[in-house]
Design a protein around this ligand. Structure first.
Ligand code: NAD
Length: 323
């Protein structure tokens, strides 16, 4: 094997020179019967990973079931000499069945790709509670349940890789998708905290926000744009983040059409007011431009970064109102 070398370990995203090592890793990919998940499954298998291709085979809105979606992908992998088993369980109602399939076929789980998803779009004024909760269930609760089941295995073997599939719609909001945006942003928080809790067990959790051609985007994007958005352009990042040598955790990436970019939190330099009776809505109004001034921005990655802000406030001299 070629020698591997870090270019930088100071930045949260560490680029790795050399081979990505995935051979014999056991990978669960939920919703792998089509779109992005299918491509991940093919890519992992082509690198010698053992893949559980989970998909309940329903419609984009989440109704119906079929074994065909997962079976077709497994056949494709096996025809190419790869190793895969199909699983048709619903991530919401039978996550145990998915993990059981992996353990019975391959002995454990090393990598969990939470990818299954549905859409039930509606403007907020029309969105029903059922539409809201159904979408949260598949994306957020499904990912929670699968992760919860894999967590003891990851801790015990001191190795685990988790990918949460968020979305630009979660990071930035998107008309008609309050349910989807809420679920997708929930997955970011889940990944960020899992990264912290998993650190000492070599468990890495990251979130990706892809844009790709699939049945989710086929009806809303023009064909010439879709041509550039092949799932093949997303899979390499997922493989990198799942690899043994990956040193990156708690990060969010946007990925589409060959672009790979990290997203991070940015806090403005801020307005510091003395916490006494002078701290009024009017005081904020008069200096609101300081609240939103990013000239001296900070990039917090943990709660302690917030505590340091409070420490700063304590140092304010008496009667100083942040002017
Ligand atoms: P897709 O519809 O082709 O894939 C989703 C798969 O999940 C389907 O095969 C579906 O059968 C399966 N699934 C749905 N509910 C399930 C359940 N309860 N249990 C098991 N399987 C279930 O769409 P895609 O674009 O490949 O989406 C994959 C993921 O990427 C989703 O989480 C989606 O929200 C996310 N995403 C996609 C895009 C994009 O541009 N395509 C953008 C942002 C995020």
């Amino acid at each position: 094997m070629r020698q591997q070398k870090y270019i930088s370990c100071h930045a949260p995203l560490c680029f790795f020179m050399g081979e990505i090592e995935l051979k014999d890793l056991v990978v669960i990919i939920t919703g792998a019967g089509g779109g992005l998940g299918r491509q991940y499954a093919l890519s992992f298998a082509s690198r010698g990973a053992k893949v559980v291709v989970n998909d309940l085979g329903g419609t984009l809105g989440g109704s119906g079931t079929s074994t065909k979606a997962a079976d077709v992908v497994v056949d494709e992998i096996r025809k190419d000499g790869g190793t895969a088993v199909a699983n048709y369980d619903n991530v919401v109602t039978n996550p145990d069945g998915i993990v059981r399939t992996a353990v019975e076929a391959f002995g454990t789980v090393h990598v969990l790709i939470n990818n299954a998803g549905i859409l039930k779009d509606a403007a907020f004024k029309n969105m029903t509670e059922k539409q809201f909760l159904d979408v949260l269930d598949v994306h957020l609760n499904g990912a929670f349940k699968l992760t919860k089941l894999c967590w003891p295995l990851f801790r015990q073997q001191k190795f685990g890789r988790i990918i949460m599939t968020t979305s630009p719609a979660g990071l930035y909001g998107n008309f008609g998708q309050t349910n989807y945006s809420a679920a997708k942003m929930g997955l970011v928080g889940l990944a960020e905290t899992l990264a912290k809790e998993g650190a000492k067990y070599n468990i890495k959790a990251n979130a990706i926000a892809p844009l790709a051609k699939s049945r989710m985007t086929e009806t809303v994007m023009p064909p010439d744009v879709l041509k550039k958005l092949l799932p093949e352009k997303v899979a390499p990042l997922v493989l990198y983040l799942s690899s043994r040598g990956c040193n990156c955790s708690g990060c969010i990436f946007e990925v589409a059409a060959g672009l790979f970019a990290q997203i991070r939190w940015e806090r403005s330099g801020g307005l510091l007011l003395k916490p006494d009776e002078s701290l009024t809505p009017e005081a904020i109004l008069s200096k609101f431009s300081q609240v939103t001034d990013f000239t001296n921005a900070q990039y917090p990655t943990q709660l302690n970064d917030y505590n340091s802000l409070l420490e700063q406030a304590k140092k304010l001299p008496p009667n100083d109102q942040g002017s």
